[in-house]
Design a protein around this ligand. Sequence first.
Ligand SMILES: [Zn+2]
Ligand SMILES: [Zn+2]
Length: 137
Amino acid sequence: MNTIKGNCLCGGIHYSSHLAPLSTAVCHCIDCQKQSGSAFSVNLLVQAEGFLVQGVSLGCYAKAGGSGLPVKRYFCTRCGSALYSEIASMPGVLAVKAGTLSHPRNSAPNLHLWCASAQPWVVIDRSLPCFEQTPTE
Ligand SMILES: [Zn+2]
Ligand SMILES: [Zn+2]
């Protein structure tokens, strides 16, 4: 039984993990806004160990994140869906785009990152842990 399961828009890529996610983080960074084409991204933080990806259309784009270390962003080259990121400042953890989950409603956010660049009309639940950048900075 897979705890985490999801796929891209065209179905060309499927992923899964049998491990429970660590948390769900909303990221308001400019790069996530660009990549998602939206105001923020919702990311399930999962252990890289045990995360399985299947499909032939996986692409990767690497760019330095806010920490200056590379963030590798994986996506489907056929439909363009953003799927997950490998963040060098968080080794062993992947940030899986919650909108691609088979059951996204089970992943309500429990922290906010990069609130400093949040769009002014986004209402952030300040009862959750909120970081202006990331917890490491
Ligand atoms: Zn696809
Ligand atoms: Zn981000």
